[in-house]
Design a protein around this ligand. Sequence first.
Ligand code: CU
Length: 689
Amino acid sequence: MKRSLLFTCLGVCFSVTAACAATQPELRELPVFASSNHVLDIQVIATARPIHLGEVATEGWVYTVCYRKDALGDACPDNPRTSSEYGGMWLKLQQGDHLKIHFLNQLPPAPPDADHLNDPMGAMLAANPTNLHTHGLIVEPRRATAADPTFGDYVYVLAYPPGKKPGMTTPGLETTERAIDYDIYIPQDHPSGAYWIHPHVHGLALNQLSYGLAGVITVGSPEDYLAGPGVPAGLAPGVTVRNMLLKDIEVRADGTVLSQEDPGFCNPTEAGESSPRDGACPGQSGPPGAAGPSYAGGNWFFTINGQVYPTIHVSPQGEIWRIWSASGSRTYQLQLQDPATGKSLPFQVLAVDGITLDWNSDPAATARATGGKVRPVTCPAHLAGTRAVCANSLHMMPSARAEIWIPPAAASRSAVLVTDHYSTGPAGDDWPYVQLAAVEFPAQPAGKSGALTVRPVVPALLAKTGILGSKVKIDGGPAGELALDSASQTAAKLAPASQAQLLEHLLSLSAPANIQSAPCESLPPGHRRRIFFGLPASNPDGFGLGYEEADAKGRPVPGTFRDIAPFDPAMIDVCLPLAAGNATATEVWELVNVSGEDHNFHIHQTKFRVLGDKPTDAPPDALMDNVPLPHGSDPCDGSIATWRSGSCKVAPVLVSIPFSEVGDFVYHCHILEHEDGGMMAHIRVVPAK
Ligand SMILES: [Cu+2]
């Protein structure tokens, strides 16, 4: 996959996007909306806008964002403080913040290529409902009540464009054609890191992300975890911190967007092509004589902050890159390649999924703890440091984040940030090789060489409170050993603090009559929940999840098995109470992928550890909110029966999940083709009995 920049610059540029690296604009930061006095109060409008990808014009979907105080009713003013960029926006938060979003849906109807318009719930989707999810934040999934009409990070509510709400209702979902007001409280002890915001409507998530709807959220700054007891300094002056939001969009030859993302849009590799894949790959014709679609003349763009193949001039003092894998379905396999040798340059991994990554003497343990996102290599001399984790690639399935240190000195003066060809298995997809950015290192590095010193946060996060403590104990407040700034009186005043509010909040969780639920029981000691990822027998074209409880020896507990089935918002698949005294309840889940393709498990409102083969083997290296589930061996056909027979061999992924948030949320595959296809389930956490 190596490519010579020299060749690129000498070659004639036929592609609309191809050009010499030196002429490409510098990577820009996303438009920022920052909290002040611990409040960020914004209006966000999902809407369609003309967008430009290199020299190609099309219509994308964007978030128009303005501060609420600037809003003009249901519009944002046309001034430089309003953002409407395809690349997304940056919501810059601090611990203890109150995030208020007045959210409006002004989208056009669902695109005709959306796969699920003919499903049983398809009539709910035609008018293009949308909503927001704050991915990775450990916050309440709060439902609105009569006393408090705002929502927390709750995905069972859909906003329709005005006048477009359908007459029908679907059990388990709430709908509105007015604005949704989200009120989200960031805990005082929330880890500093990279999170994001995107739509979460079952059946349209892929389409809405593919059209462009996503932005980033940061809590705190990298200095928070680079400073601390025993760590001499935070960031040196001059170090650049970049947000890099990776999005992709398929544009047909006629200039329209293919929102049902097709992995076959391009060839997986650039073999035989005359132009370099600088930020895009060319649409391919279907096989001769085949009835499939032809994408000839189209382009599949892979952007950073909405820019096609930008240039990054690395600061002489070095840079921290915060990277978001925000494709609907593609897996990014990131490398920083030296164009002269084709070798991948090493970098230091600081954090994964918003949590610092602790060093482990066994590289295999780190690879396991990160689900293969990070496979450590020996740090070179210019990255030397104690307890530094170095890598030369990142495996980032949809929704993964990484924060990495790019030292100013490198083995090469220039490099290309690429995502490599990656196959998710025999029944999966081939994601193409594309060059994402040209990288130029400083002629004279000014910063001192070496790795940064990272303060591990995982042990402290888990030590006393499980994870940030239980929000049900609002009066006492969570343990504050991780509070990184002084307690905010403002935030304390805004937090829902009274017992009366708390009681109403808990009562609001009582189920509507038309919702069914699994029993709300704690797991017996040593037991675990086994979740199957596969294909429902009722619809082999769809996706689904299965379930059983397993005892300490891994044997299924009679009466608990449910075969693989697609998502039903009105069926609560897992229900559990908090531990005694409303303390955090920690469970072990065994994730079994019985498919012939990879999946990517994600759960809302918490972070989990990946365990070793035994639940007792638990290196506290990482806490993540999504983990790759590699596909099984050849006969795996998506059915539990084949796995049960022993012919489908797959290594299950064991995770330890601390539950501290009460309410209704979801776990699902974050390959959005699979999530929209049914690979999602409804989970409820209730107060202790
Ligand atoms: Cu999947």
